[in-house]
Design a protein around this ligand. Structure first.
Ligand code: AMP
Length: 122
């Protein structure tokens, strides 16, 4: 699998400071910010700062430091957002995953019961 990163995607622009964001947490290798179209009371996106297209790209090619920092950011978001009663984490990838923004991001959704994992296809 070849991963071609498009540096004109909207999250790349956020990382370059060209578009504002509502930051929840940031470290050397990861940024967490509120989804602009929130689907739950808590809806935060955690992204690596490096140019990774999808979860499988990040898992294959990111350095250990980048992967540790990413999951540290996930832990910090869960702590800050106080999702003690639970949450859902979603990573959409490519066409079948209906990924809209081609920069790897993990959705952290919570603040309410999230229902069943998948709705029946329509
Ligand atoms: P996905 O389908 O997993 O690629 O989801 C992309 C997510 O990015 C959607 O939930 C959008 O609402 C969100 N999004 C798009 N543009 C922005 C933005 N400028 N700031 C924050 N979230 C955004």
């Amino acid at each position: 699998m070849q991963f071609d990163y498009d540096d004109q995607n909207i999250f790349a622009k956020i990382l370059r400071g060209e578009i504002p964001n509502q930051t929840v947490f940031e470290n050397d290798h990861a940024l967490a910010f509120r989804d602009i179209n929130e689907q739950a009371p808590v809806h935060v996106l955690v992204i690596p700062k490096g140019p990774y297209v999808s979860l499988d790209h990040f898992a294959r090619d990111a350095t250990a430091a980048e992967q540790i920092a990413f999951f540290d950011a996930v832990a910090e978001v869960c702590r800050i957002e106080q999702v003690d009663t639970g949450f859902r984490a979603i990573a959409n990838a490519r066409a079948d995953g209906v990924q809209e923004v081609p920069h790897f991001h993990l959705h952290i959704l919570g603040g309410r019961n999230m229902g069943r994992m998948l709705e029946p296809a329509t």
